[in-house]
Design a protein around this ligand. Structure first.
Ligand SMILES: NC(=O)c1ccc[n+]([C@@H]2O[C@H](COP(=O)([O-])OP(=O)(O)OC[C@H]3O[C@@H](n4cnc5c(N)ncnc54)[C@H](OP(=O)(O)O)[C@@H]3O)[C@@H](O)[C@H]2O)c1
Length: 302
């Protein structure tokens, strides 16, 4: 059985990859500040900004590394640029160097925030122009990784789904508000093309079989505003949509600027995978089904 090493196993994407990989791989997963565990997965603590700690990965010698760890809080990155640089750029350099050293295929996870959001429907060849520290550090990470280790693939995405830890993805935050009968402010002027994390994981497994190199956009095949996303959630999960209040990004006074439309064009991925990527409502229906089937309980406590 091939060995897979996932960084950021306590995070949204990493924990879902770890859970879904265990039937096909021997799974090794890192966490840093938030200790987690999972059946059939070997979790270990490592700070990947500290090069000397990566010896553990060298000893495991995985054939595949999926690098999910990052500092993802956009507002926090803006106020802590050095920390953002270390965790998003330096850590990625460390992972790329170790992947090269041990000859592992590397899937590096990036973001739609590398674009400025002025046009939307971004293709892989469009020139990135990030407008906040998070986006800038993620873009620099992409560039450094691909120059260090060419046997790698950069995945730009935007995700939602069920978290292992008690923290909320966008969809979980919206569901929590609706469940508690609280008013849900939703942005009417921010467009994105999110994909359910479970769908992304399936696609990552397919891409690792093909060993694609270069940049690939993996997102939903549909663009919507965050307000439309909230309405779709209320419809799929049967909540009262009158709790949803349209707001503008300009009313929020956020710490970091946000692109207005960072939606990703997924034609390249659809061509590689020979299938259409899911629309938003399809992902939300699957998210509900996962809950009903006990997936969330297993992810959190299994
Ligand atoms: N969530 C989204 O909407 C979204 C959108 C676009 C792109 N992405 C990208 O997708 C990837 C995964 O995002 P996510 O939402 O799953 O992230 P997340 O839930 O915020 O988790 C981040 C993970 O990174 C780990 N980490 C951070 N600094 C570390 C360090 N120095 N050493 C080791 N581990 C460290 C954290 O470990 P501890 O918690 O244990 O410290 C945690 O497991 C990231 O590359 C992100 O940029 C996410």
């Amino acid at each position: 059985m091939n060995k897979i090493l996932i960084t950021g196993g306590s995070g949204l994407l990493g924990s879902n990859i770890a859970k879904l990989a265990s039937s096909n791989f021997k799974v090794y997963t890192t966490y840093n500040k938030n200790r987690v565990s999972m059946k059939d997965v070997y979790f270990f603590q490592i700070d990947i900004t500290k090069k000397e700690q990566l010896i553990k990965i060298e000893q495991i010698k995985p054939e595949l590394i999926i690098h999910c760890a990052a500092l993802t809080n956009v507002g926090y990155c803006e106020e802590h640029p050095t920390e953002a640089y270390n965790q998003n750029v330096l850590a990625s350099i460390n992972i790329a160097e170790i992947a090269k050293k041990i000859g592992a295929y590397l899937i590096h996870i990036s973001t739609d925030s590398v674009f400025d959001g002025t046009k939307g429907n971004y293709r892989e060849g469009d020139i990135p122009s990030p407008i906040n520290i998070y986006g800038r550090t993620k873009l620099e990470a992409e560039q450094r990784v691909s120059s260090i280790h060419t046997h790698s693939c950069i995945i730009r995405t935007n995700i939602y789904g069920w978290n292992k830890r008690d923290k909320f993805s966008l969809a979980e935050w919206m569901l929590n508000k609706l469940t508690n009968n609280e008013e849900l402010p939703a942005l009417k002027d921010i467009y994105f093309s999110p994909i359910l994390v479970n769908y992304l994981v399936d696609i990552l497994f397919k891409l690792q079989e093909k060993k694609n190199e270069g940049i690939i956009h993996i997102a939903g095949s549909e663009t919507c505003t965050k307000l439309e996303f909230a309405y779709m959630i209320s419809e799929v999960f049967n909540f009262d949509k009158s709790l949803i209040k349209p707001v503008s990004i300009h009313e929020l006074g956020l710490k970091a600027p946000r692109g207005l439309d960072t939606s990703l064009n997924v034609s390249k991925a659809e061509k590689i995978l020979k299938k259409h990527l899911p629309r938003v409502k399809e992902g939300l229906k699957k998210m509900k089904k996962l809950y009903e089937e006990g997936y969330v309980e297993e992810l959190k406590h299994g």
